[in-house]
Design a binder for this molecule. Structure first.
Ligand code: ARG
Ligand code: GLU
Length: 730
């Protein structure tokens, strides 16, 4: 009995001592058996098969890719799903109006029939993943160029994906490169498209602290929303229908209300989007010293303009809330990232590493690789900068991208009257979804602000010729803006309608039993001459002809070298475990609950409480103005004194842990040593946002919403006891 107990721990000890296990890493679930000894050493009590199994239901069956960039988890046998408030934000916004402002007031379905459908929203369950490197690289030769290799890899991948999705409803597949293409994995998902909104707290809770607290600790955000996955009568994925029934998952997460304390084991199971942990010092320098500052400056200007109009009108506030949140989120993250990279001297550290690497690589096939990479990054810089400018200026002009979408839709092949009528309907739908959230003064002022920066800061020889001509003819960005925003067809629903009426005679003249060849082209000429459309197309053309090809070529060469450099790093440090960079595939990150020191003389505790919310509460400050109900609950508890007072004060809200996470991990389940759900991941700390490029376990922390705060809110603020029963009664 005793010996059986001791043997595995000796084995675990041996494993731990041969490989140097660090806290960082986002590990592939199918290979988690390689990490399980370390996980167990840190406190985990379950097995690798509990995390990922192809033979039986495992924790992976309760985790989903929510939408296109968040994670969610299933918490009941009836497909109830939890994710972040900011992940469900655009759905909550879509259902909101000035009369029913769910963003402001929250939303709680009190029965299943009140749950709200969300066209376009999907969730994906991972069915299986497998190493398919051999299949994908079949036919690849050393002598091939990177472009030739790329196209072969693409062809092999699509054949494999086709095969993988042939059987079964809702199957989706993707092949993803790991370690810069040293390995390839096939991921097969089941995608569900009837996903309904069940509940969301008011933004004053779900987004408490707003952009002031975003990316920071101490944090007190109730960042969650609830959805439910629906299926057909056979439990298969199907499009929305009233007759659909709640999906019965293979596995759902059991909730633990036991709580956490410093040192407790935790793991995050989710879909981290993108990291670059193994890149060259020059790439880090570009991010920290050039790219982040440029993008921050451009976004500051747009955010100021949005803020001005949003605070002046509730309607505009609703219209731009989702857009504003996403613009400001990256804006703030870049600030923390650039600061962290500089403060921690990451460029120098990477450069030192490269020196040591080269000393080791002397005489091997890796010799000189970092120098070659450095040269490529030097050449890449002006292209990267052009992309940064383009994507944060011209590309952000809403009216221009709408014009482009409008014209592409109208370019659809039509010949019969029925088809023409259908097209007109689709165009109307496109217009109403665009104008619902469009406020021209914001777009116009932003255009003027960012295009003036483009004019001033962009290298003259990198500017598009078309742009220079136009600017010269208008005389100023302001005059150009006048032309676009007061004359464009695409400036209002009325002007769109009028323009359609103008071309009606052209279409009518070309319409017999079918439409005469070329009729639509003639009608479209009118729209294509539009100044907003012209702006979009010509700037885009510049991007695709002058910037994109050379940049892609350079990036290909970089990837090719990185593939070797990756192998080289693995040989250089044979005892280190290298996880593949995040690429929006399912990963396991694990660590322990823990505080950190943000600066000299300061220690941050890893747990925040309701008391802290009350301390921050201030009706005068938008980000800190909590609902009166929450104030009342707190005051009631305090008034009762004794245990009741202690209870409200110590109501847990958020906690910190050392799990290595990134964007995409939002909404990820945070799981305890027993495999139970203890919270929802939703952010990282300011000092640690540099972790996408360089994770440092001494201060990089993920922020989790404590599941006990979620339960408290559903009950006390939502009054939705039925959901509590569903979550805890399983
Ligand atoms: N920083 C978190 C993430 O990257 C939360 C963002 C939503 N909150 C906000 N205030 N914009 O997604
Ligand atoms: N809030 C982020 C998201 O949307 C997660 C935080 C992070 O980047 O770590 O995925």
């Amino acid at each position: 009995m005793k010996i059986r107990h001791i043997l595995p721990s000796i084995a675990a000890f041996l494993l731990v001592s041969t490989a140097s296990f660090a806290d960082d890493g986002m590990w592939l679930p199918s290979l988690i058996s390689q990490r399980i000894a370390d996980m167990q050493a840190k406190g985990f009590k379950l097995t690798a098969e509990d995390i990922y199994s192809v033979n039986q239901a495992s924790l992976k069956d309760a985790v989903v890719l929510f939408g296109s960039g968040c994670t969610g988890e299933i918490v009941s046998k009836d497909g109830l799903l939890l994710t972040n408030h900011h992940c469900g934000y655009s759905q909550i916004q879509q259902h909101s109006s000035v009369e029913h402002d769910y963003l402001k007031d929250g939303f709680w379905a009190m029965r299943r029939s009140e749950e709200l459908p969300n066209p376009g929203l999907t969730v994906k369950f991972l069915d299986r993943m497998e190493d398919v490197t051999g299949i994908i690289l079949k036919g690849c030769q050393e002598t091939m160029t990177e472009a030739q290799r790329d196209s072969l890899v693409r062809a092999n991948s699509s054949a494999l994906m086709k095969q993988a999705t042939a059987e079964g409803k809702g199957l989706r597949a993707s092949v993803e490169a790991m370690y810069y293409g040293n390995q390839y994995y096939l991921f097969v998902y089941r995608e569900f498209s009837d996903v309904r909104l069940v509940g969301a707290p008011p933004s004053s809770i779900g987004k408490f602290g707003g952009d002031t607290d975003n990316w920071m600790w101490p944090r007190h955000t109730g960042d969650f929303s609830m959805f439910r996955v629906y299926a057909d009568k056979n439990n298969e994925p199907v499009a929305y229908s009233e007759d659909n029934v709640p999906y019965q998952p293979k596995r759902f997460l059991k909730i633990s209300t036991k709580g956490v304390k410093e040192g407790d084991f935790t793991f995050v199971y989710g879909f981290p989007g993108s990291t670059q942990e193994y890149i060259h010092s020059k790439a880090v320098a570009y991010t920290a010293e050039i790219s982040d500052p440029v993008k921050i400056d451009l976004r500051t200007r747009r955010l100021d303009i949005q803020k001005k109009y949003m605070s002046a009108s509730q309607a505009v506030r609703i219209q731009y809330s989702s857009k504003n949140a996403s613009v400001s989120n990256a804006w703030k993250k870049w600030q923390g990232e650039a600061k962290g990279l500089i403060r921690n001297d990451i460029v120098t550290k990477k450069a030192d590493y490269e020196k040591r690497f080269e000393a080791w690589a002397h005489g091997t096939r890796y010799e000189g690789i970092t120098t070659k990479l450095g040269r490529l990054y030097d050449e890449l810089e002006k292209y990267s900068l052009a992309v940064d400018y383009y994507s944060e200026t011209a590309y952000t002009t809403e009216i221009a991208s709408f014009a482009n979408r409008w014209v592409s839709m109208a370019s659809r092949e039509v010949s019969t009257l029925d088809e023409i009528m259908k097209l007109l309907d689709d165009i109307k739908a496109l217009e109403s979804s665009f104008f619902k959230d469009y406020y021209l003064p914001i777009d116009k002022e932003s255009f003027i602000a960012v295009m003036n920066v483009f004019e001033k800061d962009m290298a003259q020889d990198m500017k598009p010729a078309w742009y220079l001509e136009q600017l010269a003819s208008y005389g100023s960005v302001e005059a150009w803006a006048e032309e676009i925003f007061s004359k464009s067809i695409f400036r209002s629903p009325a002007s769109c309608e009028e323009a359609v009426r103008t071309v009606e005679p052209i279409v009518a003249a070309g319409l017999g039993t079918t439409l005469k060849e070329g009729t639509m082209d003639k009608a479209l000429e009118f729209f294509k001459a539009d100044p907003a459309y012209q702006f979009y197309t010509n700037m885009y053309k510049w991007y695709t002809t002058d910037i994109y090809p050379r940049r892609t070529e350079l990036n290909r060469e970089i990837t090719l070298l990185m593939r070797d450099y990756m192998n080289g790093q693995m040989e250089f440090e044979p005892h280190k475990d290298f996880f593949p960079d995040a690429n929006l595939t399912l990963r396991v990150a694990y660590g322990n609950v823990g505080g950190y020191s943000p600066k000299d003389g300061v220690w941050y505790n890893p747990v925040s409480t309701l008391k802290g919310i009350i301390e921050k509460d201030n009706p005068e400050i938008f980000d800190y103005n909590i609902p009166q109900t929450l104030r009342d609950i707190y005051a009631d508890g305090i008034a009762k004194g004794g245990a009741a007072a202690e209870k409200v004060k110590n109501q847990p809200v958020c906690f910190l842990a050392t799990n290595h996470t990134t964007g995409g991990n939002s909404g990820s389940p945070v799981i305890n040593a027993d495999g139970e759900l203890i919270g929802l991941n939703f952010d990282r700390v300011w000092e640690g946002t540099m972790s996408d490029l360089a994770f440092d376990p001494s201060f990089c922390r993920n922020i989790t919403l404590d599941i006990r705060y979620l339960l408290f809110l559903v009950k006390e603020i939502g009054g939705a006891q039925w959901l509590i029963d569903e979550m805890l009664g399983n």
